[in-house]
Design a protein around this ligand. Structure first.
Ligand code: SAM
Length: 393
């Protein structure tokens, strides 16, 4: 292997590439709150943050997805700044990093152990029945969703009883987690009894997760700050989120949408491949967008350049908020690396970045059986992911 260029010490490079190969089950802190598609290995995010930044440094993820980098940056005492165009992403990053008071934990525990076992789909309130009729629950009347949809509506109505917004959002995230388990890509029915049992158990596990996160962040002399974009924030304009910071990002750890790879970030698939926007119904966030909105363009337009145009726009905006001595670390998958990697690197260069690692030192990993679709001949259910490290040019 060729020596990495001077910006990365060989030992750091070794650690980073080792972590990039990590295939272990995602666990620890609040990482289990949701299975965000194409999420990072927390170990990779943690290693990059530890090796390439100091406590108090500003760490940014401009396409934060499930918020893996935000959780790990805050846990390591960094100022964590997160942005994403998907409102579901902001919901998740917030739920995963909002500490609960003792009273809130008691209320959530009571809900998990006393309210959930009594959830009954015959008791649907007027409000929940209203939701059942709307677009928000599209395709949930299909055989595998039918019962769950009703019990879910009663679970959501019961959230109103919780004493605070933070407790309610936490429980909403638990309902989201278990609904994903019960519906997304599931080949068998989930009974109402199974759903209730899983919801109680998951909520209690999530309480342990948020407690672990809280005790980790409180070990720092100063509580780490977390700044998240609101709702649907396009990385094309990152200045508003930086406006009050008075400084730029020392480290960016991120994973953009992938060229030629179609990932369903915003919907679940029920009964085969029928898509449901249920995640937005459950989290009370806005969707209303097609999948191309979250993937830098239509799945068929990747070849024609729409992907690279949007990538360029966002990278140029990222360039404006990175410190002169900052580093940008990315993990990115390609359906057709031979064609797409050179083009992506060209776009990085045009946006004002230069690559820190020499060509031969690049670290690739196969990503098998991920739930995404690659649009290149002969590539079906796997893609290759590469580690890229850049500095401002
Ligand atoms: C590969 S995922 C990131 C996964 C993340 N690393 C994690 O651990 O969960 C890419 C993310 O980019 C977001 N995205 C797509 N277009 C964007 C844009 N123009 N601005 C900001 N985020 C965008 C998607 O919504 C998606 O969440």
């Amino acid at each position: 292997m060729t020596q990495p260029a001077s910006t990365l010490h060989p030992e750091i490079f070794e650690r980073l590439s080792g972590a990039a190969q990590d295939q272990s089950r995602v666990s620890g802190l609040t990482h289990g709150f949701y299975r965000y598609p194409a999420r990072f290995s927390p170990k990779f995010a943690a290693t990059a943050i530890e090796q390439l930044s100091e406590p108090g440094d500003l760490v940014l993820d401009p396409y934060m997805g499930g918020g893996t980098v935000i959780v790990e940056a805050a846990a390591r005492g960094r100022l964590a700044v997160g942005n994403d165009i998907n409102s579901l992403s902001t919901f998740l990053a917030k739920a995963k990093t909002t500490r609960l008071t003792v009273a809130e934990i008691e209320a959530v525990t009571y809900w998990a152990l006393e309210v959930v076992p009594g959830l009954n789909y015959r008791a649907s309130s007027a409000q929940s029945l209203d939701a059942l009729a709307s677009e928000k629950t599209k395709n949930l009347s299909l055989p595998r969703g039918r019962f769950i949809k009703k019990v879910l509506a009663t679970a959501l109505a019961s959230i109103d009883e919780l004493p605070s917004v933070n407790a309610a959002e936490f429980v909403r995230c638990a309902v989201l987690n278990v609904s994903q388990w019960a519906l997304d890509g599931r080949k068998t029915h989930t009974s109402v009894e199974e759903f209730r049992r899983k919801l109680s158990k998951t909520t209690i596990e999530m309480i342990q997760g948020i407690k672990e996160f809280s005790s980790t962040v409180s070990q720092h002399k100063r509580l780490p700050k977390i700044i998240l974009s609101n709702g649907n924030a396009n990385a094309i304009d990152l200045l508003p989120i930086f406006a009050k910071q008075g400084r730029r990002a020392k480290l960016i750890v991120t994973s953009p949408p992938y060229p030629g790879v179609h990932v369903l970030y915003h919907r679940w698939q029920v009964d085969g491949r029928r898509e449901t926007p249920a995640p937005y119904w459950i989290t009370q966030r806005t969707d209303g967008q097609g999948s191309s909105y979250y993937c830098f363009g239509d799945r068929r337009s990747h070849e024609s350049g729409a992907y690279f145009d949007t990538a360029f726009e966002t990278l140029r905006s990222i360039r404006r908020v990175i410190a002169d001595d900052g580093l940008m670390v990315q993990l990115i998958a390609f359906s057709n690396p031979k064609k797409q990697l050179p083009r992506y690197l060209e776009v990085m260069q045009l946006a004002g970045f230069s690559e820190s690692l020499q060509l031969e030192a690049r670290i690739w990993r196969e990503v098998p059986n991920r739930k995404w679709h690659a649009h290149a001949r002969g590539v079906t259910n796997s893609a290759r992911e590469v580690l890229l490290v850049h500095t401002p040019a």
